[in-house]
Design a protein around this ligand. Structure first.
Ligand code: ADP
Length: 466
């Protein structure tokens, strides 16, 4: 169990990020330390070499000015401070025999005898002797003073080693907590940065179990993850609207098809029962046809509403001249209006245009005008006005009709809703739902103002730039 969760943890992006982050952190720290260590060590070694060379030159100068006598005197003085001097000094005579020797106090033991086997010339030559533990090195510079004498000055690396050791200890003392900090910091940041992804996974899982209302909380970081979360939530919202739209349509269809289907069945039964009565049969078939057309119209309109509401309606946008559009719609309704003795007054400024789908906008205007004519009694008036108000094109259809009771106003946009006093008129109760869905699909809105017994005004607002 524990092993499996460990194996699963190893597969997580958070874990991998942490390992990478810590790995890079540790590697760069080691690299930095290595560089600093190398620089310090070579600078200390250079310092030592310079000090040895200086001492060598100083002693050779004594030899040059006062010969072996002066050098001997100088070294004898130096020997008095043997305990303090950091230098190893050896003067060798013929056959590399040791004549004078100063070995600083408390030195690790070096096999000085090896120096007796060395040779030198007028240039400085370097020899290294290791102590018995092979830890400390004695670096010796040799120079030939003349044919007989050779001078050797040396210094051990103990001080240097101590400083470097101190440096290594400081590094270890700093690095271990720093690595731990890096690892915990890496884990914290990786898991924190991936929190939106984990929320996303949880949300997708719960959507998978049917909880469509689940949303991913926005991380509010302004980065790509916030964008991803926003896009995901937007997508789920659309899918939910689509599903709800489909469900509503299906409910409505199931509910509202029952009546016309029962009627259809009744007409068909009537036709079957009217034995050889051709006229009655014809009448029943005509009723069947009318009823089935009504059903088809209802289904098509429901589909259109659903498509427009869910954003899948294809809109062929183009620049539409509003007065031409109104004129075309008026042509369709002029006859009906005349029959009812209703006068229509269009007031549309010349050249006023909107970017929209002309066929869909015709449907919007036709439905609004159809309602206005239907719900306006004989001898009434209808005004169609259009204007541009700042960034909006406003189209209004005002009638002097029966008006809508205040309590019905919020419901007139619902699918298949029909007002109480409208039952006498033909209709499916889908006209206004379609108007609103199409206008919204054009990023506009539609409002109604109505006074019972005085008339209604439907106002459509569309963005001027489409
Ligand atoms: P339908 O006209 O087929 O009944 P609509 O969706 O077009 O369906 O309208 C819904 C309801 O809104 C109507 O039944 C009616 O009660 C009311 N209504 C719509 N337009 C008007 C109007 N111009 N005047 C009065 N009532 C209206």
């Amino acid at each position: 169990m524990f092993l499996r969760s460990l194996r699963n943890l190893r597969k997580t992006v958070g874990f991998r990020l942490t390992v990478w982050y810590s790995g890079i952190f540790i590697f760069s720290s080691l690299l930095l330390f290595g560089l600093a260590y190398f620089l310090l060590s070579s600078s200390l070694s250079k310092q030592d070499h310079e000090a040895i060379q200086l001492k060598l030159k100083e002693l050779s100068a004594f030899f040059e000015s006062g010969g072996m006598e002066l050098l001997e005197r100088e070294i004898t003085i130096e020997k008095k401070f043997e305990k303090k001097t950091p230098f190893f000094i050896r003067v060798a005579g013929r056959g590399n025999r040791t004549l004078l020797l100063i070995i600083p106090y408390q030195w690790a033991e070096f096999d000085i005898k090896k120096l007796e086997k060395t040779t030198s010339n007028t240039h400085i030559t370097w020899i290294q002797l290791r102590d018995k533990k092979n830890k400390i090195v004695l670096e010796v510079a040799s120079i030939r003073l003349n044919n007989d004498f050779m001078l050797q000055v040396g210094k051990n690396t103990e001080d240097r080693e101590r400083i470097l050791m101190h440096f290594r200890e400081i590094f270890a003392a700093v690095m271990i907590p720093l690595i731990l900090l890096g690892f915990t910091g890496g884990t914290f940041f990786a898991f924190r940065a991936l929190r939106p992804i984990r929320h996303l996974i949880t949300t997708i899982r719960s959507i998978g179990t049917g909880r469509m209302a689940a949303r991913v909380p926005s991380p509010q970081t302004g980065d790509e993850l916030e964008e991803l979360v926003g896009l995901f939530n937007g997508m789920v919202e659309k899918i939910e609207a689509l599903i709800n739209g489909m469900r509503d349509s299906l409910d409505n269809v199931a509910h509202d098809l029952r009546t016309p289907m029962t009627r259809l069945r009744g007409f068909a039964e009537m036709a079957l029962q009217s034995d050889q009565n051709v006229e009655a049969c014809r009448e029943a078939l005509a009723d069947c046809l009318e009823e089935s057309e009504r059903i088809i119209k209802m289904l098509n309109t429901l589909m259109d509403i659903s498509e427009a509401e869910t954003g899948v309606m294809k809109l062929n946008r183009e620049v539409v001249d509003i007065s031409a559009l109104v004129e075309r719609v008026l042509d369709m309704y002029r006859h009906v209006a005349e029959e009812k003795g209703i006068d229509i007054y269009p007031t549309i400024p010349h050249g006023l245009c909107v970017t929209a789908d002309p066929a869909r906008m015709s449907q919007v205007l036709a439905n609004s005008l159809d309602n206005a004519i239907k719900y306006t009694p004989h001898g009434g008036r209808i005004y169609i006005e259009a204007n541009q108000l700042q960034q909006q094109i406003v189209i209004g259809v005002r009638d002097s009709g029966i008006g809508i009771p205040q309590e019905e106003l919020p419901r007139i946009w619902d699918r298949l809703y029909r007002g109480d006093q409208s039952r006498s008129e033909k209709g499916l109760g889908l006209g206004l739902s379609l108007v609103r869905a199409i206008v919204r699909a054009h990023k506009g809105r539609v409002e109604v103002f109505s006074e019972l017994g005085k008339g209604s005004t439907f106002t459509i607002y569309l963005p001027a730039d489409g």
